[in-house]
Design a protein around this ligand. Structure first.
Ligand code: AMP
Length: 348
């Protein structure tokens, strides 16, 4: 069988784990990244360092690969589109364009008739001061925010006149949901109605950063079914190919809301490496490279702990139990609030 050379844009931990999964399938990988210390260079067959708008470097990358995928959504749309004119980019750049912008993403989800929190576009101070119906709420930048970056909690309307925002950026204000829990559904779409759907994962955040993920999620059966169904409705509507993740909120009355979509493998899915016969990374490679879909089977219940900042030092060199799996992302510097590694504990 023809084995394509896979180009991966982005060289963080997701790029590393994609490269490792590709190696297992005998697929060559070339990672392109704008960070010359990118950890994925330790796992890919080849590494190209370049900016995401550097035409010559991107051309070199494009020439060397057969298919292109990406590990994060904030790649300039023009870059993905130009690459897609030469070599197939999966998921399609149009999908990324919707999802990298919180407002387009929420509009899209509502067009699919799926529930999100109430939200409003904030373009200027006047919009902000008129947004009392959305308070208490979270104000988020429409683009480039993640792990709580670019987010402001607004508890009461008195705060509004005092919030001095830079209106060279766009914002969305989301009504705050009284959360009972948060779950995510990771799925891989191979083409029309062909899916591998992992069971919902329960997630706990600290300071808006994912800290723990666990299966099985402790939620009602109807929420399990609905969350999987909604994720496949989204994937079908996007004509998605590859692995994606839908993050959900569940409120105190057991209402399900789509929070956001990640057009890529996802942090909450890391436990699939040890808990399933096929990981989210392997599934992604199989789907984008046109390989066979293997029926998913869960081998163990599991819990994943993100090692953030200096947490990593507790595990480097530590003797682990046989049900524990430690992943060090090999990042050059330890920084506060930065995901440095993770630990998966299988419940055997
Ligand atoms: P986000 O970057 O939008 O996924 O937000 C990160 C985390 O902040 C979420 O996983 C929630 O724990 C919390 N959060 C974000 N938006 C809301 C909201 N509208 N209501 C309640 N909690 C939220």
């Amino acid at each position: 069988m023809f084995k394509p050379v896979l180009g991966i844009i982005g060289g963080g931990q997701l790029g590393s784990m994609l490269s490792q999964a590709a190696k297992k399938l005998d697929i060559r990988t070339i990672v392109y990244c704008d960070d010359k210390d990118a950890p994925a260079q330790h796992f890919a067959d080849e590494f190209i360092f370049g900016e995401y708008d550097e035409i010559n470097k991107l051309k070199e990358f494009c020439y060397k690969v057969d298919i292109i995928t990406y590990e994060f959504e904030n790649i300039p749309f023009n870059t993905l589109q130009k690459l897609n004119d030469e070599k197939k980019v999966l998921p399609h750049p149009n999908i990324n364009k919707i999802i990298q912008h919180r407002l387009y993403e929420k509009d899209f989800i509502n067009k699919c008739n799926l529930r999100t929190t109430k939200y409003v576009h904030i373009k200027d101070q006047k919009d902000l001061e008129a947004s009392v119906d959305y308070i208490p709420g979270l104000l988020k930048t429409c683009t480039l925010g993640y792990d709580g970056k670019g987010q402001y909690k607004i508890e009461n309307v008195n705060q509004l006149p005092n919030l001095k925002l830079e209106f060279n950026k766009e914002y969305i204000l989301e009504k705050f949901i009284n959360l009972k829990s948060e779950i995510s559904v990771v799925l891989t779409r191979y083409g029309h109605q062909r899916y591998s759907i992992y069971d919902p994962i329960e997630n706990k955040h600290e300071d808006q950063i994912l800290k723990y993920s666990e299966i099985p999620a402790k939620v009602e059966n109807n929420i399990i079914d609905k969350s999987k169904e909604w994720a496949s409705i989204i994937a079908e509507e996007l004509d998605y190919v590859g692995t994606m993740c839908v993050e959900y909120f569940i409120d105190k009355n057991d209402n399900l809301y789509v929070n956001e979509i990640a057009p890529r493998v996802h942090n909450s899915g890391h436990l699939t490496i040890n808990a399933y016969n096929v990981s989210q990374f392997e599934s992604h490679i199989r789907a984008v490279c046109g390989m066979e879909k293997i029926k998913l089977s869960k081998l163990f219940d599991a819990k994943m702990i993100n090692l953030i900042g200096s947490d990593i030092n507790l595990y480097r060199g530590k003797k682990l139990n046989e049900n524990e799996f430690f992943f060090d992302y090999l990042k050059k510097d330890i920084k506060d609030k930065r995901k440095m590694g993770h630990l998966t504990i299988l419940k055997k």
